[in-house]
Write a protein that binds this ligand. Structure first.
Ligand code: ADP
Ligand code: MG
Length: 477
């Protein structure tokens, strides 16, 4: 049982008796404990930037800037963190990290495996005063003001800006932005959302990843609320859907999306989409959707040129409060060329390395950090690709793996594909389940545990898994 207690009183009281709204107090007490146990530089670099989100049933959720942050804290301060939450909250305390970039929460004691569906973790956005409250899922961090203009994104940015000023009223409807990983698609399309909310507080705007949209759709089918689901999206003034390439292979979601698209478009409401490729290359997507995606403006985002990379680095460094020499900026910009997320990651890593060794950020440290990033560069592996390779290897029909087939060899292939999807991609359990005929996340956990145990006990299985892994990783390299 918890009662609402005035914050100032809470602070003086003994721990273990916080109310739901006291997440800030809980985190503040945690910070005080941590502060007493680490050097000031470490505290400022790693713990001050964390923001508490909420606190339910002894579980505190905190927001961290990126995945690297979580890994670093977990690797270096895991014991301290555990001690802290036990001290402040109690023995059964739990901590969940929510990453601002990917909205991928990671539970402290079960990293990776139990990451939850992402989208439930965004702060609530209040929409127009007369409208019922709903979650817009738009990250307030993604603004036009901190989106650096460059040759590679000029058209996309200009069109996006015009839409933000005048949603539904330009000829850019839909706006279809496409480009490679980490080039700013998500940032840009959410910046439109932020702009609209800022300029037109009564307009209803919602942002969803395609996977989130699909999960909501599957839930609506299960709960028999398709009509409400459809009406909700049709009531938007602006609908922003990210990574629309993930609609491929999801026929029913495509059908419903088609109807929502038509209704919105006919009533002059704004639709904004992103994808990794242009509409015409979305093989496997319904032709009528592909043609509609080309009705408005299709704009690509190309990797940033050297000057833009420098400008982005300077902007980010400024935000992190670090000053670097021109030589250092140039070295990073020369060596990290194709991905803005990596430019950002490089600065965070630099900050981390210098904070840990209490060293100045000099060129030697920069060279070491850039090298680390280049070698750990992850290849982009999809769940579907993993499934394809596993099925080829085990000579099992790929479709059967996605159906309710319980034949021994099919179950085995399915479990191995789920296991490798968890190991080799960043996808959440829910997303993985979705790729295997809409199975529940607990099925994925079960598959993971089953294969994990087999790998530990059976050398032959281990060999099979190793060869599969090699094949998958080489295939996309
Ligand atoms: P994508 O969706 O294309 O994979 P994101 O939008 O997630 O890429 O961008 C990756 C990171 O790079 C984000 O943190 C984003 O804020 C940053 N970023 C991308 N483009 C720019 C830009 N032009 N200016 C400033 N930051 C950018
Ligand atoms: Mg994105």
């Amino acid at each position: 049982m918890s009662v609402n207690v005035d914050n100032s009183i809470m602070q003086e009281n003994a721990p273990h008796d916080f109310s739901l709204n006291d997440y800030k107090v809980v985190w503040k007490q945690c910070l005080e404990f941590i502060k007493g146990n680490v050097p000031a530089l470490t505290y400022n670099t790693w713990f001050l930037p964390i923001k508490p989100i909420d606190f339910h049933s002894n579980t505190l959720r905190i927001e961290v800037p990126n995945n690297f942050f979580v890994e670093w804290i977990d690797e270096h301060y895991n014991t301290l963190i555990n001690r802290t939450i036990h001290q402040v909250i109690g023995e059964d305390a739990k901590l969940i990290y929510v990453i601002v970039d990917d909205k991928q929460p990671i539970i402290d004691d079960e990293p990776n495996l139990f990451s939850q569906p992402v989208e439930e973790d965004k702060p609530k956005e209040k929409q127009g005063s007369n409208e019922p409250e709903f979650e817009s899922f738009i990250n307030p961090r993604y603004k036009f003001e901190n989106f650096i203009k460059g040759e590679g994104n000029e058209l996309a940015r200009a069109a996006a800006f015009a839409i933000g000023e005048n949603p539904g009223a330009t000829s850019f409807n839909p706006l279809f932005v496409y480009g490679g990983v980490g080039l700013g698609k998500t940032h840009l399309i959410q910046a439109i959302g932020n702009k609209i909310i800022e300029k037109f507080p009564t307009k209803k705007v919602i942002y969803l990843s395609t996977e989130h949209f699909t999960v909501e759709f599957v839930d609506a089918i299960q709960n028999n609320t398709i009509n409400e689901f459809s009406a909700f999206y049709k009531s938007m003034d602006a609908l922003i859907i990210d990574d629309i390439q993930f609609l491929i292979g999801k026929e029913k979601t495509q059908d419903l999306f088609f109807h929502i698209f038509n209704t919105l478009h006919q009533s002059g409401k704004q639709i904004i989409l992103s994808s990794d490729k242009p509409p015409k290359d979305l093989k496997g997507l319904n032709e009528r959707l592909i043609s509609r995606f080309q009705w408005g403006l299709t704009a690509d985002i190309q990797p940033p040129d050297f000057e833009t990379r420098i400008a982005i680095l300077k902007n980010k460094a400024n935000n992190y409060g670090i000053t670097l020499s021109t030589e250092i900026f140039e070295f990073i910009a020369m060596n990290i060329t194709s991905n803005i997320r990596e430019l950002e990651g490089c600065l965070v890593k630099l900050l981390a390395n210098s904070s840990l060794s209490s060293k100045e950020i000099d060129l030697a440290l920069v060279k070491k950090t850039v090298k680390e990033i280049s070698t750990s560069r992850q290849v982009n592996i999809s769940i579907d690709y993993i499934t394809q390779i596993v099925c080829e290897y085990l000579k099992v029909d790929e479709n059967k793996v996605r159906e309710k087939n319980r034949k021994k060899e099919v179950v085995m292939a399915r479990q191995i594909a789920m296991y490798l999807s968890k190991k080799l991609t960043q996808s959440s359990l829910k997303t993985i389940g979705l790729h295997f005929g809409g199975r529940d996340h607990s099925t994925v956990i079960h598959a993971y545990n089953t294969i994990d145990e087999l790998v530990g006990n059976d050398i032959q299985i281990k060999d099979t898994l190793d060869s599969l892994r090699n094949k998958i990783e080489l295939g996309v390299a």
